[in-house]
Ligand binder design. Structure first.
Ligand code: DOR
Ligand code: ZN
Length: 351
């Protein structure tokens, strides 16, 4: 018997939609499957003002396929020296801006406009706490003296903990948690939630570097140990309300990923849901899948779950699935999770 589960249409609480031909090539994967998408602002020119968010939102709307059922991009502003509290508040009140994203400078793709110390932005956080604007955090130390696998824990201890103590009412998301330290931090703070990616749930650091370096699994924060992965899996499959799906889908052309300096980022808008479904099925926890993909994040950000539903079926036969996409100029991007996707079909429920 095929395994079947019905869930409210999921939300993606962390996605990189890019711009130009990459936006055109990837948007349909997100808009045809997800309802809300929290859109990251790390374009080559960071999105740091409400006007820029309006312009970017228009580009996304123009690129979105007409048949997308019920898709809503949620715009974020980049926490940089360009960000002004008055403009942020205006954008938030107008319903254009939904959150602010903090990047430590140098931690990842297009992060050079980020911060070197979170508390430099205390004046912005005061406004955010008062207005109820969520802060989304790339929690990864850039201190080269700290082992790369300990950088999430270090950042949480030395940076974010101070912010949370100073702004105890601010809603904070630790993005793409990758370690047990991330889980502990979220569980210790009432106003803090976490997005969790399909790749941090399904792969470990040995997969990334053995038998040879595998650039398709290189992302920031780097995928961590098997014991960290196990704790992430136990946490999300338990249905715990502070944890929700954020794919961190981050497309890079293969020529950039396989080049001299491998670009960090994994494109999983296409099959991230299948990867997550496979994990919940393996753990015998499919009854908690909807909490993770469609309910917890919505509740955290103040929305109700989608009314529309998707039916996910684990097929006994293997289905042939695409492994790459091509942009208009011929750039290729690898689709993460093709193996898992070959076991699942996903359709809108007709009810
Ligand atoms: O792996 C990543 N890629 N992590 C990030 O934080 C950014 C992203 C990107 O934009 O490519
Ligand atoms: Zn990201």
């Amino acid at each position: 018997m095929a395994l079947t589960i019905t869930i409210p249409r999921p939300d993606d609480w962390h996605v990189h939609l890019r711009e130009g031909e990459m936006l055109d090539a990837v948007i349909g994967y997100t808009s045809l499957r997800f309802r809300y998408a929290m859109v990251m602002p790390n374009l080559s020119t960071p999105i740091a003002t409400t006007d820029q968010a309006i312009t970017y939102r228009k580009l996304i709307d123009q690129a979105t396929p007409a048949e997308s059922p019920d898709f809503h991009p949620l715009m974020t502003l980049y926490c940089s020296s360009q960000l002004e509290a008055i403009d942020l508040l205006h954008g938030y009140k107008e319903g254009i801006v939904k959150a602010v994203k903090y990047y430590p400078a140098g931690a990842t793709t297009n992060s050079k406009s980020g911060g070197s110390s979170m508390m430099d932005f205390a004046h912005i956080f005061t406004t955010m706490q008062d207005a109820g604007i969520p802060l989304l955090v790339h929690a990864e130390s850039t201190n080269p003296a700290i082992d790369i696998y300990d950088r999430e824990a270090a950042f949480l201890e030395h940076e974010l903990d101070i912010v949370c103590n100073n702004f105890p009412e601010m809603k904070v998301t630790v993005e793409h948690i990758s370690t047990s330290a991330g889980v502990d931090f979220v569980n210790a703070h009432e106003t803090v939630g976490a997005s969790v990616t399909p790749h941090h749930l399904s792969r470990n650091r040995s997969d990334m570097i053995s038998p040879a370096f595998h650039a398709d699994l290189f992302c920031k924060p780097v995928i961590n140990s098997e014991s960290d992965r196990r704790i992430l899996v136990q946490t999300v499959t338990s249905g715990s309300p502070s944890f929700f799906l954020g794919t961190d889908s981050a497309p890079h052309p293969t020529k950039a990923k396989y080049g001299k300096e491998a670009k960090a980022g994994i494109f999983n808008a296409a099959y991230g849901l299948e990867v997550v479904a496979e994990i919940f099925a393996t753990e015998n926890k499919l009854e908690n899948l909807a909490a993770f993909t469609s309910e917890n994040g919505a509740a955290f950000y103040g929305y109700t779950p989608a009314e529309e539903h998707l039916v996910l079926t684990r097929e006994q036969v293997e289905i042939e699935v695409a492994t790459h996409l091509s942009t208009e100029s011929g750039n290729e991007v690898v689709l993460f999770g093709a193996e898992e996707a070959s076991h699942w079909t996903i359709q809108a429920s007709i009810d």
